[in-house]
Design a binder for this molecule. Structure first.
Ligand code: G3H
Ligand code: 13P
Ligand code: ZN
Length: 311
């Protein structure tokens, strides 16, 4: 088993009406939780690394941990750079063994986005690595970039064909109403995903893998538990799971989840530290945090992604 690109995963997912979970990794416990869940579900999975994660844990450690997870679980993994901001970080990840990179030119003009994305694609493809581009702007926070809801922009279906043809990207992240972070919508509001836009995009790009960022559903049981144990998470809701499931059955082949991992871990750590104030062994609370993440990932694979049993 090995680090693989997402090419075969996406082909099967598109035809099978399911999506692959791309879960953000920051440390050993998160990697173990995700890969053990994938193994038990016999599901393909993508481990993705943000610039912040790479700075926190260091490239070499994350690479070595991903390789260790492959040996431990005996499943193939894709290792992906999440939200690469420029050519340099994409090149560093390609040279450093990642099998997939995202170049996020969504904050640039259409022409500048194409030029930057094309440059990354040329380098990546020459090294056997696949590339995800982005068109449209999601609301929310990613790394240090904050996009206000009013500045978010749905992807324009009229632009996707030209973008994909001129850049040569292997997959495309689009904006249809999801947003980054744990504070997506106020309780009581009704989140809407623009399935009409997704449908239109998939007509223009037949059999082409579409990516959804900002797809955490912010499970209310974690928010309630964290706050009951002294936390101060503002009341907020995420993307309803049934909407994500519907997107996964359409052209969406990759669904990104980070915030729900953070919530699961935080709930687990708080529970141990509040209920057992004498605990000071990190293994005690990290064991619980790890198993909360594993449970959450397993739930997503079964109920949201629909990728169980597809290995
Ligand atoms: O979309 C962004 C991801 O949630 C990564 O977050 O940059 O804080 O690691 P981060
Ligand atoms: P969430 O913040 O909704 O988990 O989105 C994560 C993401 O899109 C990573 O690229
Ligand atoms: Zn994202």
């Amino acid at each position: 088993m090995a680090l693989v690109t997402t090419t075969e995963m996406f082909k099967k997912a598109y035809r099978g009406g399911y999506a692959i979970g791309a879960f953000n990794i920051n440390n050993m416990e998160i990697i173990q939780a995700i890969t053990e869940a994938a193994k038990e579900e016999q599901s393909p999975v993508i481990l993705q690394v943000s610039a912040g994660a790479r700075k926190y844990a260091k490239h070499e450690y994350l690479m070595a941990l991903a390789q260790a997870a492959i040996r431990d679980t005996d499943i193939d993994l894709a290792l992906h750079l999440d939200h690469g901001a420029d050519f340099e970080i994409c090149k560093a990840c390609i040279d450093g063994g990642f099998t997939s990179v995202m170049i996020d030119g969504s904050h640039h003009s259409f022409e500048d986005n194409i030029a930057l994305t094309r440059k990354v694609v040329e380098y990546a493809h020459a090294h056997g690595v696949v590339v995800e581009g982005e068109l449209g702007k999601l609301a929310g926070i990613e790394d240090d970039v904050k996009v206000k809801a009013e500045d978010a922009m749905f992807t324009n279906p009229d632009e996707v064909e030209e973008f994909v043809t001129r850049t040569g990207v292997d997959s495309l992240a689009i904006a249809i109403g999801t947003s980054h972070g744990a504070y997506k919508f106020k309780p009581g509001t009704k989140p809407q995903l623009r399935f009409d836009v997704l449908e239109e995009i998939s007509k223009r790009l037949p059999e082409f893998p579409i990516v959804l960022h900002g797809a955490s559903s912010v499970p209310q049981e974690y928010v309630r538990e964290i706050n009951a144990l002294g936390g101060k998470m503002p009341d907020a809701i995420g993307i309803p799971e049934e909407m994500l499931r519907q997107a996964a059955s359409m052209a969406v082949c990759k669904i990104n989840i980070d915030s729900d991992i953070r919530l699961a871990m935080t709930a687990g750590v708080r529970r141990v530290l509040v209920e057992q104030p004498d605990v000071f062994d990190p293994r005690s609370y990290l064991t619980v945090a790890r198993s909360e993440v594993k449970k959450m990932v397993q739930h997503k694979i079964k109920n949201v992604l629909g990728s169980s049993g597809t290995l």
